[in-house]
Design a protein around this ligand. Structure first.
Ligand SMILES: N[C@@H](CCC[C@H](N)C(=O)O)C(=O)O
Length: 300
């Protein structure tokens, strides 16, 4: 047990997150540990957010993001809010600058407990997402699923929020689509050489939409923050909505603003559930009944 680290089980609108404290260590959470943790119903998760020592001056931490299949992700909006809440509870700080493989992320906790994350600038180039085919206009690409003459889902908008997203626009209730069936087919479609997060979006008004997401490397989720950002920017650039929208994901509403400086800011809640210790090499874990969590004191 000497090699164990603290972790907190948290969620961002139901997106299941394990925040793992890897500060002061040189090793990383292994894919084997991630797969073992996900196989246990008590610790099953969508993403691990592993907090490492900062690698650059002026930043608070380096964050590794691990999907439940053990693969690495470049962005996780809901997980970032969880990291902010955990570190704010530990340090009393309200504003943070994180470093991830996709770049720098500014985040802050507000007085009402909600957390905003500047998710950076969206990228729309076909080779930035990336796609395997050249498209000059990624607001609507040729891709469909279902019968060839009557596709169930077709013509998505695509974007990178650091990670790849495809947004399929629908007119009907987002729950009337079998995302559990079509999600994995589209996630692994040859169009997406690095796979993709697949979302179904229904625009309700110029300021609101419903969204369901099949996450790359994690499957069906109650919330995907980067998908909400990708849906919001694509809705705005296809004139479906304004640049400031509420995105209703199954876990609740997220506020997304695509600012004039091209940065996308996501605001929403984070929730601590319980804490424990885990071996980052194997995933062997133990619950710590004494940890009070953010409302009391330390979560990590
Ligand atoms: N839940 C996340 C996104 C997770 C990453 C994704 N599965 C990927 O591999 O890109 C969020 O809240 O943004």
């Amino acid at each position: 047990m000497a090699d164990n680290v603290q972790f907190a089980r948290m969620n961002g609108l139901g997106n299941k997150i394990l925040v793992v404290d890897m500060r002061g260590r040189r090793d990383r959470v292994t894919p084997e540990a991630a797969i073992a943790l996900n196989a246990d119903p008590a610790t099953a998760f969508d993403q691990i957010m592993a907090i490492h020592d900062p690698k650059a001056a002026g930043t608070d931490a380096w964050i590794d993001i691990v999907n439940s299949d053990g693969s690495m992700a470049q962005a996780c909006g809901n997980g970032t809010r969880c990291v902010v809440q955990a570190l704010a509870a530990e340090t009393g700080k309200k504003a943070f600058l994180f470093h991830t493989v996709a770049g720098l992320l500014e985040a802050k906790e507000h007085d009402d407990g909600t957390i905003s994350v500047d998710m950076g600038k969206p990228r729309f180039g076909w080779n930035e997402i990336p796609l395997s085919e050249e498209f000059h206009d990624t607001r609507r690409i040729e891709l469909q699923i279902g019968p060839i003459d009557n596709p169930v889902l077709h013509s998505p908008s695509v974007a990178s929020m650091g990670n790849p997203h495809a947004i399929f626009w629908v007119d009907n209730d987002v729950w009337s689509y079998d995302l559990e069936r079509f999600g994995p087919l589209l996630e692994n479609h040859p169009m997406f050489p690095e796979r993709a997060n697949i979302s179904i979006a229904r625009v309700l008004s110029s300021g609101e939409m419903d969204l369901r997401t099949w996450e790359r490397g994690a499957g069906l989720t109650l919330a995907c923050g980067s998908a909400a950002c990708a849906a919001a920017v694509n809705a705005a650039r296809t004139d479906r909505t304004d640049r400031k929208v509420v995105v209703n994901v199954p876990g609740g509403p997220l506020s997304i603003e695509w600012r004039e400086d091209n940065h996308v800011v996501m605001t929403g809640p984070a929730e601590w559930e319980w804490s424990g210790t885990v071996d980052p090499a194997t995933g062997t874990w133990q619950r710590d009944e004494a940890q009070p969590g953010p409302a009391g004191a330390r979560a990590l």
